[in-house]
Design a protein around this ligand. Structure first.
Ligand code: NOJ
Length: 551
């Protein structure tokens, strides 16, 4: 059966469930809270929700350490709450996308518990290696979160591989039984009615034979030996043919270190194995490869990232558009400016929403939430942040190390969503939320923005509705202008019936704007803007304009 492409006309919203909305008053976000907010999402123009993991999990990595793939965590309301959300979403014409995390499980998963005891058929479900006579680890790979990628297991008397936290052992995808388990998981949720999967670090699932040492990579040593590994396409093809092709669903793959060229091997509409890709290039304009190695924001680098994906995928594959998710600090604090909070939040919204692809909005992004500055490391919850704080060789004093987290921590994006100026930002009625709220909720919250027609929230609503009304955005041709400008990002989208020009200023001061050849602003309609500015030849700080010409 031909797979439909309904996701091309949609805008998705990502929910990181612990911090979205607490519906039962225990201090932690849950699916009852999501159910309460379905109409809010619908009003925003959202057509589908991607849930970061909501399965039973010890929570060593915010739920990305799964202990049971075929259930919903009791703290999120269990299956009862999930079915309510699923039905509620479908009644509103919204899709539900689950996170498929199969590079690794939790060490508390039954498979791992049995594997460490060599109980069949689980003995080879994970990647085990004996101790070496020279006392060295099986190879020199680093984990992404907690030092070396190998941990000794006292029960089995062997090392197991974990590319992430110690409590996240990697599955052995070369074992056909493990691949059958993955297919069972896919079928289980698809049969229940879910509409797709976001596949967590899926490009890591096939490791190089022999797990060789890595002599190339200084950070996350080992990556070339497991990212885009030898059998990755074979395994993805198997999941597609055996399961996904039999359902009207879509997949979006998370892929660190991927260029558009490499991505096409996965997402080419002719013969790809998945539908869209979450690439990281758009997240690297103010860091080297990871937020933890910050560099000054470089607009040209950001533009180059967006443009190359637009140009190179055109006609061959479909982009996933995003500027925020649960793994990166807040975008206004990074590519925008907290000093021009409202202007820059709106500008960044329009900057990416009018490109070709399926946009994803991350919780709190639509109200312009910004980074968090807790006074102690004890307020952080993320395993990566806590490890980095304690092991940073670069930053010696406690203060320096804490400040680094203010800029780099994933927890910047994981504080509870600020619904109102009530206690705990209206996130929970409990005395203490599971994670502290950003104290700026008194002035930065959804209720206040609901009342203010000039708010970021209203701007998102308007921009999303506009996007959906413009055929050239979804199916037109992208063209960038003045790529070398260090002040502006300018692009057009054009189809047979219309064209738009999107002009974004990334300047903290007024800047001159020369009109673009072929775009007569006198004949255009200004369909979206974020500041009052009578002058067309000058852009205010962080101004954005979207012009439309109908043919
Ligand atoms: C990528 C996820 O987005 C991140 O949150 C998680 O920590 C790692 N994969 C490991 O699952």
């Amino acid at each position: 059966m031909e797979r439909k492409r309904w996701y091309k006309d949609m805008v998705f919203y990502q929910i990181w469930p612990r911090s979205f909305k607490d519906g039962n008053g225990d201090g932690m976000g849950d699916l009852w809270g999501v159910y309460e907010k379905l109409d809010y999402l619908k009003d925003l123009g959202i057509d589908g929700i991607w849930f970061s993991p909501i399965y039973p999990s010890p929570g060593a990595d915010g739920g990305y350490d799964i202990a049971d793939y075929m259930d919903i965590a009791p703290e999120f309301g269990g299956m009862e709450a999930f079915k309510k959300v699923l039905d509620g979403a479908h009644e509103r014409g919204m899709k539900i996308v689950m996170d498929l995390v199969v590079n690794h499980t939790s060490d508390e998963h039954e498979w791992f518990q049995k594997s460490r005891q060599r109980i069949e058929p689980y003995t080879d479900y994970y990647i085990w290696r004996p101790a070496r006579p020279d006392g060295k680890l099986p190879n020199n790979w680093d984990s992404n979160f907690e030092g070396a990628a190998w941990t000794w297991d006292e029960v089995r008397q062997e090392y197991y591989l974990h590319l992430f936290a110690i409590k996240q052992p990697d599955l052995n995808m070369d074992n056909p039984l493990v691949r059958e388990e993955v297919k069972k998981i896919l079928r289980f949720w698809l049969d229940m009615g879910v509409d797709g999967f976001r596949e967590d670090v899926i490009t890591y699932i096939s490791k190089k034979d022999g797990l060789p040492d890595d002599h190339l990579f200084p950070i996350y040593k080992g990556m070339p030996n497991y990212n885009h590994g030898p059998r990755i396409h074979q395994y993805l093809q198997e999941f597609k043919e055996d399961v996904l092709d039999h359902y009207d669903c879509f997949t979006i793959a998370e892929a660190p270190l991927v260029s558009p060229k490499l991505a096409l091997d996965y997402i080419d509409e002719e013969n790809g194995q998945i539908d869209m890709m979450i690439q990281f290039q758009c997240q690297c304009a103010d860091c080297l490869f990871t937020d933890y190695l910050p560099t000054p924001f470089d607009l040209r680098k950001m533009k180059q990232a967006f443009s190359s994906w637009q140009y190179k995928l055109k006609g061959r594959a479909w982009n996933a558009l995003y500027i925020e998710n649960h793994d990166h600090p807040r975008i206004v604090s990074r590519y925008g400016s907290e000093d021009f909070w409202k202007e820059s939040a709106k500008m960044l919204c329009a900057m990416y929403l009018f490109q070709q692809g399926t946009p994803f909005v991350y919780q709190g992004q639509e109200i312009g939430m910004i980074n968090w500055k807790p006074q102690s490391i004890d307020e952080y919850r993320d395993v990566q942040t806590i490890w980095n704080y304690h092991h940073s060789a670069l930053h010696k004093s406690e203060e320096e190390r804490l400040k680094r987290q203010w800029r780099s921590a994933r927890d910047n994006a994981r504080t509870p969503v600020q619904w109102s100026s009530e206690n705990n930002a209206g996130f929970t009625t409990a005395e203490t939320p599971w994670m502290n709220v950003n104290p700026n909720y008194t002035w930065l919250n959804a209720a206040q923005q609901e009342e203010d027609p000039d708010s970021i929230l209203h701007f998102y609503r308007k921009a999303i509705a506009l996007r959906k009304s413009l055929s050239c955005v979804r199916h037109g041709v992208y063209q960038e202008y003045r790529p070398l400008s260090g002040e502006h990002y300018i692009y057009s989208m054009e189809d047979d019936t219309q064209k738009i020009l999107v002009v974004c200023s990334f300047c903290k001061r007024d800047s001159n704007f020369r009109s673009i050849k072929g775009f007569d602003l006198n004949t255009a309609q200004l369909i979206l803007g974020n500041v009052d500015n009578p002058r067309t030849d000058l852009l205010k700080p962080y101004e954005v304009r979207v012009y439309l010409w109908n043919k």
